[in-house]
Design a protein around this ligand. Structure first.
Ligand code: CUA
Length: 347
């Protein structure tokens, strides 16, 4: 008997520690400091979704506490005690209780239903009217295995994996896929919308704070799905206008080693897949590289955009991002150095 009592305490302590660690783990998920936290809404769409989520969460928590509380209370209060007869008194039915526990959940589910449907319709509607003369920014998003293209048709700009938007202005997205189903998700700005071949889905968001927001493909789409990331750069109107006008200028002519890089680019077939405005490269298979040097990342967020990483990518794309459609061209060290100088100069 005594050995059992001694053995039980460490077990209880272990369970206690386990429970605390599990709770800490769950609570860490609610931190708002992470770049893809849905708890840090930075615009009206994400805010509305967060509000609905929080209502559901607290309602569910209330139900959990009441039900589990009653369960624990009855288990302890009415447990079998020594000397008690084996079968407790038998009762059948309690009309008042039964009406209560049918009505209460029905009302709760009704309220949840109304709030959910209202949120869905609110978010499906076009963005709210803006100041006169101010139109939402229109961007076409095309999902590719495994990167994103952003086309600003009205502005004559195409870029990849980095969506620049003005702060405080609604952005309407038309989503298309070039191959399989992807899902466009920027947790701090708006929930997921599927990107489906031959189906035009639309969504909108507005960034109310300047900053860089992390996005991620949220529908499994093949081997490099996890590395199909992108960034949304929200900046004040003037900075956005400056970015647009810089994107529209043809890139500066290469100098020094970059000149050789431009030749390597032409002779090694890069132009078959990539576009660089102002040159003869008009391939539409891979990302537009007109301003690749100005972007924050390479290979859809797989690497920070530095000359060293660009060289690593050119040496063997599969090594950086298994499954990437960019082939290993078997480039020499000299060719890689020249290409890095050329591409890094495209700003
Ligand atoms: Cu695209 Cu997952």
């Amino acid at each position: 008997m005594e050995t059992m009592v001694v053995g039980r305490r460490p077990l209880l302590q272990l369970i206690g520690v386990g429970l605390v660690l599990t709770m800490v783990l769950f609570l860490v998920g609610c931190a708002t400091s992470y770049p893809q936290s849905t708890f840090d809404a930075a615009g009206p769409v994400a805010k509305k979704q967060l509000d609905l989520y929080l209502f559901l969460f607290w309602a569910a928590l209330g139900v959990f506490v009441v039900v589990e509380g009653l369960l624990l209370y009855t288990t302890i209060r009415f447990r079998r005690r020594p000397g008690q007869q084996a079968t407790p008194p038998q009762v059948h039915g309690n009309t008042r209780l039964e009406v209560a526990w049918t009505l209460a959940p029905a009302i709760l589910v009704g309220v949840i239903g109304v709030l959910t449907v209202r949120t869905i319709f609110d978010l499906a509607a076009p963005p709210p009217a803006m100041a006169p003369g101010e139109e939402p920014l229109q961007v076409s998003v095309v999902g590719y295995q495994w990167w994103w293209e952003f086309q600003y048709a009205d502005l004559g700009v195409t870029t990849a994996n980095e969506l620049h938007v003005p702060v405080g202005r609604a952005v309407r997205l038309a989503l298309q896929s070039n191959d399989v189903i992807h899902s466009f998700w920027v947790p701090k700005l708006a929930g997921k919308t599927d990107v489906i071949p031959n189906q035009a889905n639309t969504m909108w968001f507005r960034a109310d704070r300047a900053g860089t927001y992390f996005g991620q493909c949220a529908e499994f789409c093949g081997i490099a799905h996890a590395q199909m990331r992108f960034r949304v750069v929200a900046e004040p109107e003037e900075a956005f206008a400056a970015w647009v006008s810089a994107q529209k200028q043809p890139p500066a002519s290469p100098v020094g080693l970059g000149t050789q890089g431009a030749q390597v680019f032409a002779s090694r077939g890069c132009a078959a897949c990539h576009t660089i405005e102002g040159t003869t490269a008009h391939g539409r298979v891979g990302p537009d590289l007109t301003r690749v040097g100005s972007r924050q990342t390479l290979a859809a967020g797989a690497l920070a955009n530095t000359p060293e990483n660009l060289a690593r990518w050119l040496r063997n794309p599969q090594d950086v991002k298994p499954g990437a459609k960019m082939p290993n061209l078997g480039l020499s060290q000299d060719e890689i150095a020249a290409l890095v100088a050329y591409l890094d100069g495209l700003r």
